[in-house]
Design a protein around this ligand. Structure first.
Ligand SMILES: C[C@@](CO)(OP(=O)(O)O)[C@H](O)COP(=O)(O)OP(=O)(O)OC[C@H]1O[C@@H](n2ccc(N)nc2=O)[C@H](O)[C@@H]1O
Ligand SMILES: Nc1ncnc2c1ncn2[C@@H]1O[C@H](COP(=O)(O)OP(=O)(O)O)[C@@H](O)[C@H]1O
Length: 286
């Protein structure tokens, strides 16, 4: 097969505690990742000349710094593969939204091209390559809901309930680096065990800093809090709340004002990317 279409799902950080700071400035985190059944979509077509061409432009991101192109080139150089690809992106996820669009696109590129080029690098190697592109890429490569520690690369798979979420995307883009460099950020939350976390919630240490800088995020949290407990994901800007069923989430979604678009999606413990790749494997083996 020379063309492959694959999903790049969003993630939520159901909580995010900052427990310290490393000597290189990166922050030690504890976070709980779950995937959503909503995301971008990538199409890969084989090229024999070794070129990587992304045919979709993103505002403010040039071709060579797009995480998709960087992921493809890194896989090429690590595997020594002489093949290339034409890539199309259907971008549905808001950028700088804390729902991992760029990282998920990168992981889908690594897994998709590994499949198309038959480079057979193995999941551990792809996760290591992913970490070079961003702290969030490995969890998308692994494709399992997980409790993460370190800078997000030490992953422990977890089995969570899979509720319906309403995600609101305030119309601002939050820079992860800026939030992590804010002097007011809490950086000394005591570490907790995964067991105590699963029993009792957790919070997002980035939320107060983002709320202070972006009134749009504070307004979205206030609005959603009228219906269900609301939290921010990652370093923002998106906020989310869980609902007992899709109909109730849809009802609130329809009431959102125009400057606060939202979407409804189900939480998933196995990413849609991995479901799709498994289906493809089963087709080949049938
Ligand atoms: C904090 C999270 C939670 O999911 O935020 P979101 O980006 O999803 O909102 C992520 O781990 C982010 O991962 P990612 O977006 O891949 O971040 P990176 O590109 O690796 O880092 C961007 C910048 O943020 C800072 N950074 C990032 C991660 C971390 N654990 N400590 C940091 O201090 C660094 O200054 C780094 O240069
Ligand atoms: N394929 C891509 N999709 C989204 N953003 C990308 C991509 N490639 C590079 N970027 C850059 O990464 C930044 C963070 O992107 P994104 O993953 O959407 O946000 P977040 O890390 O907050 O979830 C963007 O603002 C953009 O500059």
């Amino acid at each position: 097969m020379s063309t492959l279409r694959l999903p790049a799902p969003a993630k939520l950080n159901l909580m995010l505690h900052i427990t310290g700071r490393r000597a290189d400035g990166y922050h030690e985190l504890q976070t709980l990742f779950q995937f959503l059944d909503h995301g971008d979509e990538l199409t890969f077509t084989l090229r024999n000349d070794g070129q990587i061409r992304l045919h979709t432009e993103l505002p403010g991101v040039d071709h060579d710094s797009n995480l998709i192109v960087r992921a493809a080139r890194l896989l090429q150089s690590r595997s020594g593969c002489p093949l290339g690809a034409d890539i199309q992106l259907l971008k549905r996820l808001p950028m700088g939204g804390g729902i991992g669009g760029g990282s998920s696109d990168a992981a889908t590129t690594l897994l998709g091209l590994d499949h198309l080029w038959q480079t057979n690098m193995g999941e551990d190697c792809l996760a290591r390559i992913g970490l070079e592109l961003g702290a969030d890429v490995p969890v998308f490569v692994r494709g399992r809901a997980a409790f993460a520690e370190g800078v997000g690369e030490r992953l422990q798979p977890v089995e969570l309930s899979e509720p319906w979420y309403l995600v609101i995307a305030p119309q601002v883009s939050v820079s992860t680096a800026e939030i992590f460099s804010d002097p007011e950020l809490t950086r000394n939350t005591p570490a907790i065990t995964v067991r105590s976390l699963l029993a009792g919630g957790g919070h997002n240490d980035c939320q107060p800093v983002v709320e202070k800088r972006f009134p749009e995020v504070r307004n979205a949290l206030n609005l959603l809090n009228k219906f269900v407990p609301a939290k921010m994901t990652g370093t923002g800007a998106c906020v989310f709340g869980s609902f007992p069923n899709k109909a109730e989430a849809d009802k609130v979604c329809r009431q959102l004002p125009a400057d606060m678009p939202g979407f409804v999606a189900q939480g998933r413990n196995i990413s849609m990317l991995h479901r799709k790749l498994k289906e493809l494997e089963q087709e080949v083996n049938a």
